[in-house]
Design a binder for this molecule. Structure first.
Ligand code: ZN
Length: 365
């Protein structure tokens, strides 16, 4: 049923391109190329104002401008017009709406299979990278099933069950400094993981199973010296996952754009969004050379109700104002690059991103 719907959609899209007289080699690839790998970048809380303020302030071309297929995605959860990161993470990871606060579970608490679990069932590799703890809502949605996003120690145990080939971020305390005193780092090593706790050791790693737990809690802010942690982690994650010749799914989260939004802190937002863009550069280098990698960038929701009330392109400055210290209900942009990227144009629901990914990687339950 899903297949048929997509076939019709593909035909209509191709016809539309012929009709518009704008078929060239690159648009043919964007319409029809093989997708072996998907790299999905989530800017947590990253609305259009977050991106455009960063484009205004940073000189030079941003990598995001290379993503020519652009759409909009609805973010509401099962029980709320304004989603939280757990419900939207679950929608993106499993294709099902759920209640705010829930991870990888349907509204009635039944288990939902995530893209990484589906990738494993079909012989592909999967991974997550974030600048928060790896147990935080967005990465957790791909790995865990829990009634509450706040059960971080329980969520950490699910990494030993799902066993993504690579996971990199903060959150070491949820693995080795736990209330129940279990040593999950030892268990990860027993399960064949190369566990590293510093970025220096991460850069040396050459393994088909990597757990990078690079801080006790969340990673520091860019302004506190996080450096190229996200870009470097993306590089190592791609190197690790691409050892699987059948393909892979990788989710990379720039987690702290959301925290800048909650704090209504424009500088924080811009530094974290620029870090996402730098990481996107690493991802695009791989995707261009590989040719069978689809890259999609979006947000789980907008944070701050951020709008630009002034600015100066020559001075590279912006003035922003905010309508909330929480999330807003506005839809978010979806930017994509590579084979089949035209499928991510237009207006759609966040659950459809999962459906499109599962279809393109031919993932079956
Ligand atoms: Zn979020």
């Amino acid at each position: 049923m899903i297949k048929l719907r997509y076939r019709i959609y593909a035909l209509v899209t191709i016809f539309a391109f012929f009709a518009a007289g704008c078929v060239n080699n690159s648009s043919l690839t964007e319409n029809s190329g093989e997708v072996k790998n998907i790299i999905f970048i989530i800017g947590d809380g990253m609305g259009l104002s977050h991106m455009y303020s960063t484009m205004t302030v940073y000189t030079g071309e941003m990598n995001i401008t290379e993503l020519k297929s652009i759409g909009f995605c609805k973010t509401h959860s099962y029980d709320n017009y304004i989603t939280d990161s757990a419900a939207s993470g679950t929608a993106l990871a499993t294709g099902s709406k759920t209640r705010n606060g829930m991870i990888g579970l349907a509204p009635d608490s039944t288990m939902l299979m995530s893209l990484i679990e589906l990738a494993h069932l079909n012989g592909l590799a999967g991974g997550v990278v974030s600048t928060s703890t790896v147990t935080h809502a967005t990465p957790a949605s791909y790995v865990s099933h829990n009634i509450s996003r706040n059960n971080y120690d329980e969520i950490a145990e699910d990494f030993l069950i799902t066993q993504p080939e690579v996971f990199i971020g903060g959150g070491l305390d949820n693995f080795e400094n736990r209330e129940d005193e279990k040593d999950l780092v030892a268990e990860l090593r027993k399960a064949g993981y190369n566990v590293v706790v510093s970025i220096e050791d991460l850069l040396e790693v050459d393994s088909d199973r990597v757990a990078g737990l690079l801080a006790p809690g969340h990673m520091p802010k860019m302004s506190e010296g996080r450096g190229d942690m996200l870009a470097n982690s993306a590089k190592i994650a791609i190197e690790t996952l691409s050892k699987n010749k059948k393909g892979f799914f990788l989710m990379i989260e720039a987690s702290q754009i959301d925290w800048g939004g909650h704090a209504n802190d424009t500088q924080y937002i811009i530094e974290e969004t620029a870090d996402l863009d730098k990481t996107l550069g690493v991802v695009l280098d791989y995707a261009k050379q590989n040719g069978e990698t689809l890259v999609v960038v979006t947000a789980d929701h907008e944070t701050g109700g951020m709008t630009l009330t002034g600015g100066d392109l020559a001075e590279h400055s912006v003035e922003a104002s905010y309508s909330t210290g929480g999330h807003s209900g506005i839809c978010v942009p979806v930017y994509s690059f590579g084979p089949q990227s035209v499928r991510f144009t237009g207006f759609f629901d966040n659950t459809e991103i999962f459906e499109k990914f599962a279809y393109l990687l031919s993932l079956k339950e």
